[in-house]
Design a protein around this ligand. Structure first.
Ligand code: TTP
Ligand code: MG
Length: 347
């Protein structure tokens, strides 16, 4: 029998800010780009639950968040270094208790704890982990326990904040039945809307839909995959050394610009930040560098360069970035709205 546990920290960046600033207690908090009184051009990283009540959520433009709750929310800048350090300590606590461990983002991880071979002991361990994180880091998380990654992940989202949800093998169907199909990882807003048009709203509806109907609408392979999801079937293993595909940064400018010195400086800062980040994540070298450019009309392009062999120098990356960038500048008369840079093929 497999026992998989999924941990997801609650409103992670914002919760850390609450911990660091006691005066935020009870307030609605938005972490993200500078709102600049509504003129800011970046996005929201995350918001605490009080701020989510106003409609603020990860990924929306910060200017929109400002319109939703300008005087009612506290807007804070993102402090990545701090959050990464906290994340590392939490992952250390979790890793120690797992037979196998897979970190999937800054605040999420799977633990394979099959060797406990009892749901009761799994719940005990989960409670103990929550307690340890609360004591050592003064932070809450939600944990889901299930017979595979799919169920553990959905279960961790079932109760937030500070949840602990167990779904034993024989309760999987009942647990999934009433949930909307969008709760299934991999089914996004588009597919969900398509399913809804076919009158498939809940996971139970999906399970009861004949495979042929799904195949007609989505193709055979997708239909098969949806059928398995709806039954809570997932045999995917944990991947211990999950190597990030890339490390990078991007910046949206205050004003669209064609000032070459300005763009050069911005790009070099992105390269340096990304380089530090890459090192901080424990990588020594990269083989591919990518530059992304978005023009004033939102047309977006990327160019990348793969070195013959892995490179480790910051200088080399700066030169490559500049060479990749120049054709964007020379190839158009449009102003530039955003630049991005990333390292990939990391070692
Ligand atoms: P999530 O776990 O998706 O969100 P969360 O922890 O803020 O909230 P929840 O309680 O619903 O789990 O992401 C973890 C952190 O990653 C989040 O605190 C901020 C960051 N993040 C972004 O910067 N941009 C994004 O679009 C998302 C989704 C997350
Ligand atoms: Mg989270």
């Amino acid at each position: 029998m497999r026992i998989i546990l999924h941990v997801d920290m609650n409103y992670f960046f914002a919760q850390i800010e609450e911990r660091e600033n006691p005066e935020l207690k009870g307030k609605a908090v938005v972490v993200g780009a500078d709102p600049k009184s509504g003129q800011g051009r970046g996005v929201v990283s995350t918001a605490n639950y009080a701020a989510r009540q106003f409609g603020v959520k990860s990924g929306i433009p910060i200017s929109r968040a400002w319109r939703f709750c300008r005087s009612l929310c506290v807007f804070l800048p993102v402090r990545y270094e701090l959050y990464f350090k906290v994340s590392e300590r939490i992952m250390g606590i979790l890793r120690e208790k797992a037979d196998q461990f897979e970190q999937t983002s800054v605040d999420e991880a799977y633990l394979d704890i099959s060797s406990l071979s009892s749901w009761e002991r799994a719940v005990e361990l989960a409670a103990q982990l929550k307690e340890e994180i609360k004591t050592k880091e003064r932070l809450t998380c939600s944990i889901g326990i299930g017979p595979n990654k799919l169920i553990a992940k959905i279960a961790s989202g079932f109760k937030k904040p500070d949840g602990l949800t167990l779904v034993k093998t024989n309760a999987v169907h009942k647990f999934l039945d009433s949930l909307p199909v969008i709760e299934l990882p991999g089914i996004g807003p588009k597919t969900s809307a398509q399913l809804n048009r076919l009158k498939i709203k809940t996971i139970k509806d999906l399970r009861q839909t004949p495979a042929e109907i799904l195949a007609e609408n989505f193709g055979g392979r997708t239909a098969e995959w949806m059928g398995e999801l709806s039954r809570g079937i997932d045999e995917s293993p944990l991947i211990e050394e999950r190597i990030p595909k890339s490390v990078g940064r991007q910046v949206t400018f205050e004003r669209d610009t064609r000032s070459l010195p300005f763009l050069r400086q911005a790009l070099m800062e992105l390269v340096r930040d990304s380089y530090e980040n890459m090192r901080a994540e424990g990588f020594f070298s990269y083989q591919t560098v990518t530059v992304i450019c978005r023009y004033e009309d939102f047309e977006t392009h990327s160019r990348q360069k793969t070195l013959d062999k892995p490179g480790a120098s910051l200088g080399g990356a700066e030169i490559a970035a500049w060479e990749l960038f120049l054709p964007f500048y020379k190839g158009s008369i449009k102003k530039i709205r955003l630049l991005g840079f990333s390292f990939s093929k990391l070692e």
